[in-house]
Design a protein around this ligand. Structure first.
Ligand code: SF4
Length: 469
């Protein structure tokens, strides 16, 4: 817990209510980004776009959706991983390329965007945002002479990193996933309409059925004749972000055929096998750790209890407390049920530990509520290396496991014991080989090489003119 999600993309092609469906789809993907939201819609002639800072319900209302007519639409919810949180950096990015309207929505991070941008700027390209996504828009513009599909393929061949892209022109939609398949992207059907989403939970909300995942290195092209598959790159070693299963994705989503709740529950079971504890009850940090905690409890034969309650209504405007009032601030977000934990030996399950500060406060909450012992169990391995593929984990200096052993962390968070799920156990829980996933934040082995100086604000210093929140 403590990592910020990346972004979510959603698209509909061939439905009279495309923008409205996209709005509902973005609602289902809100957990992937709360800084800005946007929808671009097309009536087959041009593209109209609306985006703003804030949650989906803050950015859109009935009038704004009705002002987005047409049968195709793409949408985006954003948490900034490249570029600051400005309106100018909200997506979809809408541009005109040699007379053709083009909208782009991107989840992920392009690790060579800075080098490409420098090259393009040296030959006169002018950038409006500090988004890595804009680099792709410029590449498409430069390669337009053989048509938009060819231009997109050539552009994707140049960028490196993690991406799930949706491109929309007035006549077509393109959905592409990077050759390693680091970021997820699924395709569904709603009657004759084709839909795309970062997560399948968004299909459920609109009544669409899942067809399949977009494959690594694949681009699906949709037009009025239906859809077809194009491989713009040879699929590389599969490296799906394992954190989608651990924390990012909603439990009701299925990624590459595996349900996220079931995967987390299995992680909890393997964690109980690897790190048993003598305890009276098991509880999980709400919400993302509940599935793993129930798995732990089931495997250990210890009752699961609701030991912690989360306040779901902490908005972006919540005033962070001063140092003196810090414990008060933690209790606004999370509180312990003293009737449940008083005098008990508690197993506390968390999905991950990043900086260690939040979990230290939670252990303290349980102890203040009268827990006799708190045994911390983490349903993922020690998070030791930063992520460069679209997740905000800052630098390794801020990652507690990068510099401390589990024994030292136990003392820092003042738990009675600590056990992490092993990499082997994590992969076993998912029923696939280690080579199927990106595990870089655990083992430091990056599937796509990271250029020196890569980071969240590598493209800053440009012309951002939006509001900073
Ligand atoms: S480094 Fe970790 S968080 Fe980043 S893509 Fe890989 S598994 Fe996911």
């Amino acid at each position: 817990m403590g990592i910020r999600e990346e972004c979510g993309v959603f698209g509909v092609f061939g439905h009279a209510e495309a923008a409205r469906l996209t709005y509902y789809g973005l609602y289902a993907l809100q957990h992937r980004g709360q800084e800005s939201a946007g929808i671009a819609a097309s009536d087959g002639r041009g593209i109209v776009c609306h985006k703003g800072m804030g949650l989906v319900f803050e950015v859109f209302n009935r009038e704004r959706i009705e002002a987005l007519p047409g049968t195709s639409a793409i949408g985006h919810v954003r948490y900034s991983t490249t570029g600051r949180s400005h309106l100018v950096n909200a997506q979809p990015l809408c541009v005109t390329v040699r007379g053709t309207n083009l909208a782009l929505a991107h989840n992920g991070n392009l690790v060579n965007a800075a080098a490409i941008r420098e090259r393009l700027e040296s030959v006169g390209s002018i950038f409006q945002t500090s988004l890595d996504t804009e680099v792709v828009a410029h590449l498409v513009a430069h390669r337009q002479s053989n048509g938009i599909e060819h231009a997109i393929v050539k552009s994707l061949n140049e960028v490196k990193g993690a991406y799930a892209f949706l491109f929309m022109t007035p006549e077509r939609m393109f959905a592409a996933r990077d050759p390693h398949g680091i970021r997820p992207l699924s395709m569904g059907k709603l009657g004759d309409a084709v839909v795309f989403s970062s997560e399948t939970c968004a299909f459920d909300i609109i009544g669409a059925e899942t067809v399949r995942d977009v494959r690594p290195g694949e681009m699906i092209v949709v037009d009025s004749d239906g859809y077809r598959s194009v491989y713009f790159d040879r699929p590389a070693r599969s490296a799906l972000c394992i954190f989608e299963y651990i924390y990012f994705a909603r439990p009701d989503s299925n990624i590459e055929g595996v349900n996220v709740h079931a995967a987390r529950k299995q992680m909890g079971k393997v964690l109980a096998q690897e790190h048993p504890a003598d305890a009276d009850l098991v509880t999980g940090v709400p919400d993302s750790s509940i599935s793993a905690a129930t798995g732990y409890a089931e495997e250990a034969g210890i009752p699961y209890e609701m030991g912690l309650v989360k306040n779901r209504y902490i908005g972006r405007t919540f005033i962070q407390p001063s140092e003196e009032l810090r414990s008060f601030g933690v209790k606004v977000k999370l509180n312990a049920l003293d009737k449940v934990v008083r005098g008990k030996r508690v197993v506390l399950v968390d999905d991950s530990i990043v900086r260690g500060t939040t979990i230290g406060h939670i252990v303290n909450l349980l102890q203040d509520a009268g827990a006799r012992e708190v045994h911390l169990r983490v349903a993922s391995p020690p998070y030791r290396f930063p992520c460069f593929y679209g997740i905000d984990t800052s630098t390794s200096g801020e990652l507690i496991a990068a510099s401390k052993t589990p024994e030292e962390i136990t003392r820092v968070v003042r738990a009675d014991s600590l056990g992490y799920l092993s990499i082997r156990g994590l992969v076993k829980a998912l029923g696939r080989s280690e080579g199927s996933f990106c595990l870089s934040c655990f083992n430091g082995s990056y599937p796509v090489d990271i250029p020196a100086g890569a980071g969240k604000f590598i493209l800053e210093g440009g012309t951002s003119c939006g509001e900073q929140v």
